[in-house]
Design a protein around this ligand. Structure first.
Ligand code: ADP
Ligand code: ASP
Ligand code: MG
Length: 409
């Protein structure tokens, strides 16, 4: 088989971690398979580089930031190639450009437009294991562009697709996708299978284990993903096209602590108000998720919405400007909120799932500030300090956890 194996930063924290990964690759090669390795930057190297850039420049140039951040993966690919060679496996590192990954011009969140894996094929043909630097590609102008946080997952899936690989394995520090983040909910259980839509919702609602754009790409190209642990041989989770077997109402719970709620109070209740506010935000590339508008009174309305916390600094002046134009009373920004989401394709056509989510939260005296739903998701905005408790209560309500004895085992 031809297998693409991606190892994330948490699997590459130190020289010993690199040796451990090299042993895993070696075992796969010795079983007679061809392997293409994709690596992330070591540990939290990317965060370190970002902090350094922010110390030196208030708003660093997006091009320079990508040029800088890509070096984390470039380093680990060369180091991994050396480690493999040391273990007796002929290996060669490839940058995104050398691996033939062509991207759009959107620095920091570039899309992969094309993969020409000719050089990777040439290496494989002569028994060399390619080690590709994840998270990066090159624009048509020849500049490095990165694929968004967690983007090495996308590199792996795009390369697996371009090579027509038999398997794409994403290795991290957890044994696949769980019913909730196992670091927050110790009783969370690993899931054997998930369909693309559930994984997409989970990833976009905050489960870090796979990058949203990577799952989108996998869904579009029908690439099955095998999410596994670097540190054990558990089979992990397969993410593929949906299966029709009877499913539980809720499959998993996700948490996003990095959101903020913005309210415009006392704006006129007139046509064009929402169009102005959300038009201006969209023009600045700010993604708005949940929106609520209160019942109007005295021809005035309150409108509140959520955005990613990192966008608050950019959104605030835009919203203040809208308020001035519209003649409202004030803007309220709340960065002490979190979003907890229950996800499952089994909730389709099953009434009462939302009521159970709300009941679980009310049993913990947790106030719901906003609600959003889709066919396979129920999201609630709550106080950030209630986030873990909320997750635990919903997880328990839907019986997703292991029993205490199972955790002991
Ligand atoms: P890597 O460094 O390998 O890319 P990540 O840190 O990006 O790994 O993703 C793995 C982490 O995702 C886990 O350590 C876990 O805390 C987090 N996570 C969040 N939600 C889930 C979930 N539902 N299942 C598994 N892991 C999850
Ligand atoms: N190193 C990058 C990040 O931290 C990409 C990745 O790990 O997938 O986001
Ligand atoms: Mg990751």
């Amino acid at each position: 088989m031809l297998i693409v194996q991606k190892y994330g930063g948490s699997s590459l924290k130190s020289a010993n971690h690199l040796k451990n990964v090299a042993r895993k690759v070696q075992r796969t090669v010795e079983q007679g398979h061809q392997v293409v390795v994709v690596v992330s930057a070591m540990g939290d190297n990317t965060d370190g580089l970002l902090d350094l850039a922010e110390d030196l420049a208030q708003t660093p140039s997006a091009r320079e930031l990508d040029q800088l951040l890509s070096t984390g993966e470039t380093q680990s690919s060369a180091l991994m190639a050396m480690t493999l060679e040391q273990a007796g496996i002929p290996a060669k590192s490839f940058s995104g450009r050398q691996a033939g990954i062509l991207t759009s011009y959107d620095y920091g969140k570039a899309r992969i437009e094309q993969v020409d894996p000719k050089e990777l094929r040439n290496a494989l043909a002569v028994g060399i294991t390619p080690v590709v630097a994840g998270f990066q590609g090159v624009t048509r102008a020849g500049d490095v562009a990165t694929l968004g946080r967690g983007g090495s997952d996308l590199t792996a899936i795009a390369i697996a697709n371009a090579l027509g690989a038999d398997r794409c394995e994403i290795y991290s520090d957890v044994a696949g996708v769980y019913t909730a983040d196992p670091r927050i909910i110790p009783s969370a259980t690993p899931l054997d299978v998930l369909n693309y839509d559930e994984m997409l919702e989970l990833a976009s609602q905050g489960a870090q284990v796979l990058q949203t754009q990577a799952v989108e790409f996998a869904k579009g190209q029908q690439v099955p993903i095998y999410a596994r642990s670097t540190f054990n041989d558990e089979p992990g989770t397969v993410i593929h096209q949906g299966e029709s077997i009877e499913k539980p109402a809720v499959t998993a719970i996700a948490l996003n602590r990095h959101i903020a709620k913005i309210g415009l109070l006392g704006v006129p209740d007139a046509p064009g108000v929402a169009a102005l506010i959300f038009g201006e935000l969209a023009q600045s590339g700010i993604n708005v998720e949940l929106i609520i508008q209160a019942m109007s009174h005295n021809q005035l309305n309150d409108i509140a919405f959520t955005i990613e916390e990192q966008d608050v600094k950019r959104a605030e002046p835009i919203v203040e400007d809208c308020l001035r134009k519209l003649g409202g009373s004030s803007v309220a920004v709340d960065t002490h909120v979190a979003k907890v989401s229950a996800i499952g394709s089994g909730m389709v056509g099953r009434p009462g799932v939302a009521a159970r989510v709300f009941k679980a939260l009310s049993s913990g005296d947790i106030n719901i500030q906003m609600i959003g739903t889709s066919e396979i998701k129920i999201s609630c905005i709550i106080d950030r300090q209630d986030a873990e408790r909320a997750m635990t209560l919903i997880h328990e309500e839907f019986g997703l956890g292991q029993s205490a004895e199972m955790i002991e085992d």
